[in-house]
Design a protein around this ligand. Structure first.
Ligand code: SAJ
Length: 435
């Protein structure tokens, strides 16, 4: 183990590089800056880099007042090129890992980061991949590329995987207080990664390999996708038996052991849960194994927007209306409550299907000022009684805490609630329609 690197990490003179300043990279960069390290954030977005260097944050969970002091004190700076990479001692790669159009893993962002690192790799450097990916990426893809430099992993440089566990909008669990799993290519790599992270994150959990650490993350997110798929199917089954699925789940959740509530919704959004499990099923396909739970959950979850349309069509029909020509107000476009992110949001799918059926759709989302609807950009309408009275139907797709659900029920002609957000509202004689 190279004492020199360990000493630099422990005395905070180690230079930290964070590649990718998104909802994972920026909070991590801020933690290291606040921990007394000099941090360089590398991002391809000139706009993001400019905002950060001006002391501004574009991430919901990181206020400007945590970025500005670090810029001022010189503990954080952002750049768009790799000139400073050679000066880095420890680098975390926090770039996106989307799916390609054919639903295959797209690790092009990781490869771009690795090509920078290969150019500047030096002795006593630690590289940690944080981006969610299929087991084997770190050791079978990244390691050989970095060793083309002639440097040997575990001896000259250190390589590990440590899954990010950011829950956007979660004020309680942050980068600092969320336990972190680390797995190295060699035991020395695991130990170095543990020393690196434990300077800013108290609870570190080492595993025996990078593949194990990669798999931990995929289990975590597949667990969510499968359980959300289960309750979404429960919602469809309960509807068939004219039951309120939320009543059933809330009652089941009184069981103090052996049960964990998940809740149905209009579909599965975000850049992780709908995507990460398919990294695992793709890897298993290369090993001639078909991951049935993952594919089945993905199928159920991705069909929930169509279920929403079925329900809307039948409830309008019950009121002598067709979807075509009906004024529909959609509340919430973000993929989950109290955040601004619309990536993979099922609300976008629902709106697209409603517009295709000829509905006249307006939306409101206090976090999402505008969206692309087809070729046009549509702005969020100001939510007031007049807007709700004009709509034939109000659909709640994202249960933001800011909404006044009593007012929404009082002023809407018809309410379709896909999140049980109106559970505690006095509805009087008004029937609230649900999934
Ligand atoms: N959802 C449901 N029912 C549920 C829970 C969630 O329909 O019971 C939906 C949400 O509305 C959303 C999607 O699933 O559209 C994903 O929601 P999420 O709560 O899993 O949150 P993400 O994707 O923003 O972040 C998750 C993290 N969240 C939690 O653990 C609560 C965590 O799994 C990962 O750290 C993160 O993905 C990631 O980066 O992988």
């Amino acid at each position: 183990m190279k004492k020199k690197l360990i000493d630099k990490i422990k005395d905070r003179t180690a230079k930290i590089g964070i590649i990718g300043l998104g909802y994972v990279g920026l909070p991590l960069a801020v933690e290291y800056g606040e921990g007394g390290f000099k941090v360089v954030g590398f991002d391809i977005s000139k706009d993001k880099v400019k905002l950060i260097n001006n002391g501004k944050s574009y991430i919901d969970d990181i206020p400007d007042n945590r970025v500005a002091p670090l810029i001022k004190s010189g503990h954080l700076k952002a750049v768009t090129d790799d000139k400073l990479m050679a000066q880095m001692d420890c680098v975390s790669i926090c770039v996106p890992t989307p799916l390609s159009k054919t639903k295959d893993p797209d690790i092009s962002y990781i490869m771009a980061a690795v090509s920078w690192l290969k150019k500047h790799l030096h002795k006593d450097m630690l590289i940690v991949l944080e981006s969610t990916t299929y087991p084997g990426t770190t050791d079978e893809v990244i390691k050989p590329i970095l060793e083309e430099s002639g440097l040997k992993v575990g001896k000259d440089f250190y390589l590990a995987f440590s899954p990010e566990r950011v829950d956007p909008g979660n004020a309680h669990y942050t980068t600092k207080n969320t336990p972190r799993v680390v797995g190295g290519t060699t035991p020395a790599c695991t130990k170095m990664a543990k020393i690196y992270y434990e300077q800013v994150i108290p609870n570190i959990y080492p595993v025996t390999s990078t593949q194990a650490a990669e798999m931990v993350k995929l289990l975590e997110n597949t667990f969510r996708s499968v359980n959300i798929g289960l309750v979404n199917e429960m919602a469809v089954m309960c509807r068939r038996m004219n039951m309120d699925v939320w009543e059933i789940i809330d009652a089941a959740a009184t069981k103090p052991f052996g049960f964990m509530p998940f809740y149905p919704g209009p579909g599965l959004g975000g850049h992780c849960i709908p995507i990460d499990p398919h990294y695992l099923s793709w890897k298993l396909k290369t090993l001639n194994y078909y991951a049935r739970f993952i594919e089945l959950a993905g199928d159920i979850n991705s069909h929930m927007p169509e279920w929403v349309i079925d329900r809307v069509t039948s409830l309008l029909n019950d009121h002598g209306k067709s979807v075509k020509g009906t004024n529909i107000l959609v509340l919430g476009m973000a993929y989950k409550k109290n955040i601004q992110d619309v990536r993979e949001s099922p609300a976008l799918d629902v709106v697209e299907l409603l517009v295709k059926l000829g509905a006249k759709v307006k939306y409101n989302d206090p976090y999402v000022p505008s969206i692309r609807m087809g070729k046009t950009t549509v702005k969020s309408s100001r939510l007031n009684a007049a807007l709700m009275k004009k709509a034939d139907l109000t659909i709640i797709l994202t249960d933001h805490s800011d909404y006044n659900y009593q007012m929404i029920v009082d002023h809407s002609k018809l309410v379709f609630d896909t999140r049980n957000a109106t559970a505690r509202v006095h509805t009087g004689r008004k029937k609230i329609y649900k999934l």
